[in-house]
Design a protein around this ligand. Structure first.
Ligand SMILES: Nc1ncnc2c1ncn2[C@@H]1O[C@H](COP(=O)(O)OP(=O)(O)OP(=O)(O)O)[C@@H](O)[C@H]1O
Length: 249
């Protein structure tokens, strides 16, 4: 479980441009929850995700993942436990390297420094099998450079690479914002099935209420650094999609 307790994050404290980006948020995110965060621009969504990831530290309050204080997690534990996918499909991969080499680098991410992973037949077979689960036919293109793929294909592979090994938490910051609708749907479906298969706890920021409704097990809305709506799994199940728009109006 991710336990967020009275967390505050202030930027430029005491200056004219002070921003209370996260303003006393408390929320428990259950194991295997797929939490959607919606809210207007500047409402603190990315800052909250950064705090969970440990890339920003709270000024006040605590965040723990499975009872370990997230701010005190050593880097290797953080990268083992927490995977992150960003809006830009280019940010998670090396475009000039092959798909296979990108998977090799991803496998090294959570290993002790100095360890190497050879591209032997067993590793190749394993990568092909994983990629085949996407149903995109990319398992036959593993020698192709990552940069030759479409944004949606890259984002789906980025997701797959990011949840390898002992990942517990998947953080997604508008992963489909740069994609066309069809690719966006493939990426959302991929994320959803990986989260289920790997039993991950996931948090996704989106401006797309339809995606939030379709895939989220819980939806929160943020405004001015606070959670102003929190729609549980049961409440969500009782709503029709058009009622969701009214709920968040
Ligand atoms: N490093 C920073 N330094 C100063 N201010 C920051 C910093 N990061 C975020 N902010 C400010 O904190 C507020 C919340 O930003 P944040 O990026 O968390 O919002 P958001 O809800 O993710 O917005 P968007 O939907 O536009 O991505 C904004 O006013 C932003 O300008």
């Amino acid at each position: 479980m991710i336990a967020i307790n009275n967390v505050h994050k202030v930027f430029n404290r005491g200056k004219a441009n002070q921003v209370n980006a996260v303003n006393g948020i408390s929320i428990d995110i259950a194991d295997e929850e797929f939490l959607m965060i919606v809210g207007s621009n500047g409402s603190g969504k990315t800052t909250l995700l950064n705090l969970i990831a440990g890339t920003e530290l709270p000024g006040e309050g605590t965040i723990s993942i499975d009872s370990s204080d997230a701010s005190k997690l050593p880097d290797y534990k953080r990268s083992q436990w927490i995977a992150r996918v960003f809006q830009n499909p280019l940010s998670g991969t090396a475009p000039d390297l092959s798909i296979l080499d990108n998977f090799r680098l991803a496998a090294l991410r959570t290993k002790p420094k100095g360890l190497s992973i050879g591209v032997n037949d067993a590793f190749k077979k394993q990568v092909k099998e994983k990629i085949a689960t996407l149903g995109m036919g990319l398992q036959d293109k593993i020698e192709q450079p990552m940069g030759s793929l479409s944004g949606g294909q890259r984002q789906a592979l980025t997701l797959l690479m990011s949840v390898m090994d002992s990942c517990k938490v998947l953080l997604l910051d508008e992963p489909t914002a740069a994609l066309d609708p069809r690719s966006a749907e493939v990426v959302m479906r991929t994320a959803d099935s990986l989260i289920r298969d790997f039993k991950l706890t996931a948090v996704l920021i989106t401006h797309n209420l339809k995606d939030a409704f379709t895939y989220g097990t819980r939806i929160i809305r943020m405004s001015e650094g606070m959670i102003i709506n929190d729609l549980s799994r049961d409440q969500k199940a009782a709503l029709k999609q058009n009622e969701l728009y009214e709920w968040f109006a």
